[in-house]
Design a protein around this ligand. Structure first.
Ligand code: TYD
Length: 133
């Protein structure tokens, strides 16, 4: 079974271009409390390197592409993100690392919680201990 789930986002296509939307409905597994985005990401930059105790996220490559490596303490999986009509639902207690950002890429993140540093596990060994409990 996959660690995370790729969701097909509702997209309206016409001759003027595409419009993709996300709202608090049954497609999303959580209510959006926070939105942030990564942009102007330097060449070879790596982001993430943590897990969340409670927070859930939907990660969308608005522009460009990048890889997301995931590890739930039992298995690992890497997703190549390049389609802005697909969002990756990442549950709590999943370690993530994001890398190989293409030039000019923008990564949108919708989160189920407000920013709360105590929700982070930033040490991989600590994460493994936490999920093995
Ligand atoms: P972090 O979550 O470590 O970034 P990433 O996972 O993308 O590599 O956050 C980087 C810094 O920004 C850290 O000091 C916490 C701060 N931050 C906020 O203040 N608010 C936020 O909503 C987020 C996501 C991070």
């Amino acid at each position: 079974m996959s660690i995370a789930k790729l969701l097909n986002l509702k997209t309206i296509q016409d001759s003027r271009g595409n419009l993709t939307f996300i709202q608090n409905d049954s497609i999303l597994n959580f209510e959006i409390k926070r939105v942030y985005y990564l942009h102007d990401i330097p060449f070879k930059s790596e982001r993430g390197g943590h897990a969340h105790k409670n927070l859930q996220q939907l990660i969308i490559p608005l522009s460009g592409s990048f890889n997301i490596y995931l590890n739930n303490g039992f298995s690992e999986e890497t997703f190549f993100m390049s389609d802005p009509t697909k969002g990756l639902f990442v549950n709590n207690l999943v370690w993530r690392e994001m890398r190989n950002f293409s030039s000019g890429s923008v990564c949108l993140v919708l989160a189920s919680e407000l920013y709360y540093e105590e929700d982070y596990i930033r040490d991989f060994d600590e994460f493994i201990k936490y999920v093995s409990k």
